[in-house]
Ligand binder design. Sequence first.
Ligand code: ATP
Ligand code: MG
Length: 353
Amino acid sequence: SAAAAQARSAQIEAAIAHDPSGFRVLTGDRPTGALHLGHLMATLDSRVRLQDAGVEVVLVVADYQVITDRDDAGNLPAVVRDVVLDYLAAGIDPERSTVFTHSAVPALNQLLLPFLSLVTVAELERNPTVKAEAVAAERRQGRGMSGLLFTYPVHQAADILFCHGNLVPVGPDQLPHLETTRTVARRFNQRYAAAAPYFPEPEALLTPSLTVLGDDGAKMSKSRGNALELRATEDETVRYFRRARTDSERHITFDPDRRPEVANLLRIGAHFAGTTPDALAESVGAAGAGRLKAVVTDAVVEGLRPLRARRRALAADGHAVVADVLARGTMRANEVADRTLADVHELMGTMYP
Ligand code: ATP
Ligand code: MG
């Protein structure tokens, strides 16, 4: 349950503060567009925090997963480059963290075959996140769920277990996915490694269920065209918040249920100004939405200034920096995946002289 995961996550945070060395975090993004403010606030900042705390962080740029819910993967080389630049600009350090593209690690995908044998169709059918994504794909593409989408949680198990990841930052909606990974690990161990468990049963590090809204009041999303990209210029940022939706009430209050758009601006402003939404609402008060937008714009422009400066400097280097980071990350991921696959063959008895 979410409450249990919450309590366990607090324990894990305490354990990390004490000794981060036993933890390996696996997480990543689908390269469907440059990263935006929602990614930074909900995931990217906390990945950097974990890395800086000494946890090993492995980031998969999940390029194969782009085709789970769309026919046209877009300009993958350009988008992958954007995502990697966003990682680096946000503070991911390729000396300490591993960044790789999914398609470049074939041994990882070989784990799918045995893993698929460890789950039943009925179990996959019960996964609520798969159900929700199937509905979304149906709406977008007007056809039934593909086998790729249906088996998505098993792919995720391979992504996590290939490097023996034992900690996965997830929002509450992703908990069912992780349950599949835990099931796969447990059953693999029961079947092939009864004497000494081989795969860890990864745990969730529950991220706060924070949804950042876009300028139209809906969830900020790469594909909705309502996002403030991290790489946007100052002018674009000013215009973005000028057109952001608010409401007709003059006095600014933090009331997420009744006033979601205003609450969203307050959360964003508070995040970058190092205050709370309530305190920010108090300070704007009767000055109204115009004042609120000005305050939020300043906070975001200031808060993102170092990230954007780093990103521009990295991008000015052409493709060299990104190519180098991916080459190193992919090499490291391949070494790990090859070793895991060899172990799996050994355990399953499919290692031939
Ligand atoms: P797409 O439109 O292609 O689905 P997206 O912008 O919704 O892209 P995803 O790649 O689906 O981004 O999101 C990856 C993860 O980033 C999510 O699981 C979630 O944790 C986080 N995230 C994305 N958008 C937001 C948002 N608006 N608020 C909070 N978290 C977000
Ligand atoms: Mg999405």
